[in-house]
Design a protein around this ligand. Structure first.
Ligand SMILES: CC(C)(COP(=O)(O)OP(=O)(O)OC[C@H]1O[C@@H](n2cnc3c(N)ncnc32)[C@H](O)[C@@H]1OP(=O)(O)O)[C@@H](O)C(=O)NCCC(=O)NCCS
Length: 152
């Protein structure tokens, strides 16, 4: 059994977060993006850690409006999946949003990524919109939305 805790992202976490992003996500992001995200909304950037304090995953959010947050980047290291880190990150993010009065959160996921869409559906997200040509490789996405005060 693995214990996953969640805390706010710090600058010193960025190398590990960037490593996970490069290996787990199918688009490339500039390393400087993470510092920028922390600067623009520090409480919306979270990491999960194992019992030794090693970063196992992260979630990066953007506040689109006072009442709507977007989950921009979200990944767990492949070696630490199915240990609860993803769910813990998602719920900690929802709680952080709710604490500052932000009631809804949304995300985009590849249309073909049925397993991840199922992960979100089981945690209360519903499809709201099909976004054609959303990714740089012209792939399509589905936008999903959920209330921040609805625990999974
Ligand atoms: C989507 C993602 C973040 C989920 O992270 P995760 O840490 O594996 O998530 P969890 O461990 O909380 O949950 C995953 C599954 O493992 C199960 N699980 C959790 N703890 C478990 C345990 N100790 N033993 C067995 N199964 C467990 C969960 O129940 C869940 O299954 P369910 O959805 O049928 O309920 C991860 O798969 C990932 O990084 N994918 C690649 C990047 C990606 O797709 N990002 C999202 C872009 S939109």
């Amino acid at each position: 059994m693995s214990i996953q805790s969640v805390r706010r992202m710090e600058s010193s976490d960025i190398p590990q977060v960037y490593r996970i992003a490069c290996s787990a996500l199918d688009q490339c992001y500039a390393r400087g993006l993470f510092g920028f995200l922390m600067f623009q909304w520090s409480r919306g950037q979270l990491v999960s850690c194992d019992m030794f304090g090693e970063v196992t995953g992260f979630i990066c959010g953007t506040l689109l409006r006072d009442d709507l947050a977007s989950i921009s980047l979200f990944a767990v290291d492949a070696a630490h999946r199915r240990e609860g880190a993803g769910t813990a990150l998602l719920e900690a993010f929802a709680a952080a949003c709710a604490r500052q009065g932000c009631r809804m959160m949304q995300l985009e996921v590849r249309l073909e990524n049925e397993s991840t869409r199922g992960f979100y559906r089981r945690r209360g997200f519903t499809d709201t919109e099909l976004l054609t040509d959303f990714y740089t490789d012209h792939g399509n996405a589905v936008r999903m939305i959920r209330s921040t005060d609805q625990p999974s």
